[in-house]
Design a protein around this ligand. Structure first.
Ligand SMILES: Nc1ncnc2c1ncn2[C@@H]1O[C@H](COP(=O)(O)OP(=O)(O)OP(=O)(O)O)[C@@H](O)[C@H]1O
Length: 302
């Protein structure tokens, strides 16, 4: 069992009467990738901001394994918004960070790993949004932190660029045992990267554990039947099955007795375009917190 590098105890944070975090307690293990997911406003950024001392909690406490006074020597924080001087070149900003953090990292190697070698002499104001995002992650890693916080990891990046970032992060996690805490709206990202996931729902931690454990725990041998009904007026017939409405007039039913339910749906309700499958992480989310995903796989509010 690895040590805890961060211990969060009973965190509470409100903004006026809005409760952003309600009694959150957990440990971050050294060398793990912890993925924090939740809908807009679930409390992800507030949690990270409180963990890195940007916000003061109303109650509770965050303990680090290392000396709190030198915390910023040990951690790297990438926030949602970045403000870079537009008239500086990529390499200038990198050198500045390197100097400020007294790092001996090989910048050429890093720029290459992030696919930014060609942009080395590009002015920040001329960079694409995706490249600004890559640069901000790169800068977070320049001081060779032991713990990295990445808020909204790959928002704004195309699928190829996202994969590249995932690989870089996995490598620094595996090679250097860097602990990584990421928030994301994308379940595929968390499923791919995270050793454990935390599901936040309206400021509450509703799940913390392994991805496969989440699926096993919440599915309990159930199958998922997804379908459309032939006659929308017949939707009341689905009530007794606890059907969850999805996009595009589709419904989802969880059942341990898929054969019987399927027969009933076909003969008594009238369904089409049906799929029977084992639950995925996406289904688990839908079940735990009523989340839905948009076409790109991003969590959207109910
Ligand atoms: N500085 C602030 N002042 C007032 N309210 C805030 C502030 N920061 C967050 N909140 C509120 O606290 C709640 C949690 O917000 P937070 O930004 O932590 O959620 P999030 O899960 O990161 O959302 P998103 O995915 O949209 O970034 C929201 O209701 C938000 O409006």
């Amino acid at each position: 069992m690895s040590h805890s590098v961060i211990t969060v105890k009973g965190l509470k944070k409100s903004f006026k009467d809005k409760v952003a975090l309600n009694n959150i307690s957990f440990d971050v293990k050294m060398g793990e990738i912890l993925g924090i997911v939740g809908h807009n406003g679930a409390g992800k950024s507030t949690l990270i901001n409180t963990m890195v001392d940007i916000y003061k909690p109303d109650e509770g406490d965050v303990e680090y394994l290392f000396d709190r006074k030198s915390m910023y020597d040990h951690i790297g924080v990438q926030m949602q918004k970045n403000y870079f001087e537009g008239n500086a070149k990529v390499i200038d900003i990198c050198n500045l960070y390197k100097k400020l953090t007294k790092s001996d990292i090989d910048l050429d190697e890093m720029l290459d790993g992030f696919g930014l070698s060609k942009e080395k002499d590009t002015y920040i104001k001329k960079l694409s949004g995706g490249n600004v995002q890559r640069l901000s992650i790169l800068l977070t890693l320049i001081n060779q932190p032991e713990v990295v916080f990445l808020d909204e990891l790959t928002t704004g990046l195309d699928p190829v660029a996202r994969r590249k970032i995932w690989e870089v992060l996995r490598e620094i996690n595996r090679k250097n045992n860097v602990t990584i805490i990421i928030t994301s709206h994308f379940l595929d990202e968390i499923e791919y990267l995270a050793d454990r996931i935390m599901i936040l729902n309206k400021g509450e931690m509703v799940y913390l554990g392994g991805v496969t454990t989440a699926i096993d725990q919440y599915s309990q041998g159930e199958k998922v039947i997804e379908f459309q009904i032939k006659d929308p007026m017949a939707s009341f017939k689905l009530d007794k099955y606890g059907a969850i409405p999805l996009n595009d007039d589709r419904y989802q039913i969880y059942t341990k007795d898929d054969e019987k339910v399927l027969m009933e749906l076909i003969t008594k309700v009238g369904i089409k375009n049906l799929v029977v499958k084992s639950p995925t992480l996406e289904d688990v989310f839908l079940k735990i917190a009523g989340y839905k995903l948009d076409k790109e796989g991003r969590i959207i509010n109910e």
